[in-house]
Design a binder for this molecule. Structure first.
Ligand SMILES: [Zn+2]
Ligand SMILES: [Zn+2]
Length: 345
């Protein structure tokens, strides 16, 4: 029996590295030798609580859905890419058969096992079996950490796509963490000419300016002061922070007839808001949920064409043996570190 190391979550804040049997690729799957797993804030929240919004895991499970690796072995019925190929992976594994998948909304598939959420193991292990349809060869020059960071890029591709962005539009991003920074880069690639950003963390503001924001200020309310002329307000505000106050400020900042695209996961879950301004301005609200399967390929094209650069983002790496420390580090949310990444030799 071949074995491997895997980082399993045994309960709230209890990640342990265990030795266990190495998985075999089933029909339509391939086994990956995992090389990098970035820790998402959603992983941290689950690690902190020990459950996902009241869904408790039925076994100690493996976290991690932002990952990349090398093809190790092809399962029955899979004819490539060959073993040894470096690949990026989308963790979106839709059924392809439900009404939503058939309508092209596979991001909200009704029968989706999302890896790393309770009941479905994720990637923080030496080997991980994935559907062959979920992988794409990494382009020349991309490293495994950047390939893992394609997951939050897919989220930005989807969110910007929902906005139907047109060249020349003014947009604002509230919350310039990795998703917000990716939204800035993707919006710029789609032709948005005036980009604004708000984030209370100084390092994030500096990165926002680096990726094309004209101004970066601590809060969305500061942007409203910067753009006193109502005709110059952003047509789209991307709310990427999840803070109730930021959502309110996004509504105030958005131009009449514009859209607020919500990529941040609101925390707390229930938020009250003043309906007057959004009603009078006839604002559109759209919640952005994950991304679609095809967005992996769009994300790769954006990198390959030099329109998005993920190499700018500061990360901190830990080896798999130190997965528990890595989770602690991600939980501490050190300013300026956009992702903690577990890497494997
Ligand atoms: Zn994620
Ligand atoms: Zn489906």
């Amino acid at each position: 029996m071949s074995t491997m190391k895997a980082a399993r979550l045994f309960g709230a804040k209890d990640t342990r590295v265990v030795e266990e049997e190495r998985p075999r690729p089933g029909p339509g799957q391939m086994l990956l030798k995992v090389k990098a797993v970035a820790i998402c804030p959603s992983d941290v929240r689950l690690w902190e609580d020990g459950h996902a919004g009241g869904t408790y895991p039925d076994h100690p499970f493996v976290q991690g859905h932002e990952f990349s690796g090398l093809v190790e072995e092809l399962g029955p019925g899979v004819d490539g890419p060959p073993p040894g190929t470096p690949v990026a992976v989308t963790p979106l594994w839709p059924c392809g058969k439900c009404d939503l998948c058939l309508d092209g909304m596979d991001n909200i598939c009704r029968n989706m096992p999302f890896p790393s959420f309770p009941q479905a193991d994720g990637a923080m292990a030496e080997y991980f079996a994935v559907p062959a349809s979920a992988v794409a060869p990494m382009p020349e020059g991309m490293d495994f950490i950047q390939a893992a960071l394609l997951e939050p890029l897919q989220a930005a591709v989807h969110g910007v796509g929902l906005a139907g962005l047109q060249p020349g539009w003014t947009v604002a991003v509230v919350g310039a963490g990795i998703i917000g920074l990716n939204v800035l880069q993707v919006a710029r690639a789609c032709g948005a000419t005036k980009l604004f950003a708000a984030d209370p963390i100084e390092q994030n503001r500096a990165l926002a300016l680096q990726v094309g924001a004209l101004e970066a200020v601590p809060y969305a309310s500061d942007l409203a002061q910067l753009l006193p002329d109502v005709t110059s307000q952003p047509r789209v505000v991307f709310e990427c922070s999840g803070h109730p106050a930021a959502l309110h400020q996004s509504m105030d900042l958005c131009r009449a007839g514009g859209q607020v695209v919500i990529l941040g996961v609101p925390h707390p879950d229930v938020i009250d808001f003043d309906t007057r301004a959004p009603r009078r301005k006839e604002l559109h609200f759209v919640f952005s949920r994950r991304y679609r399967a095809r967005d992996l390929h769009t994300a790769i094209e954006l990198i390959r064409d030099g329109k998005v650069n993920l190499g700018l983002y500061p990360v901190r790496t830990y080896p798999l043996e130190k997965a528990a420390e890595a989770m602690q580090a991600a939980y501490r949310r050190e300013p300026g570190i956009l992702r903690v990444v577990v890497t494997m030799e």
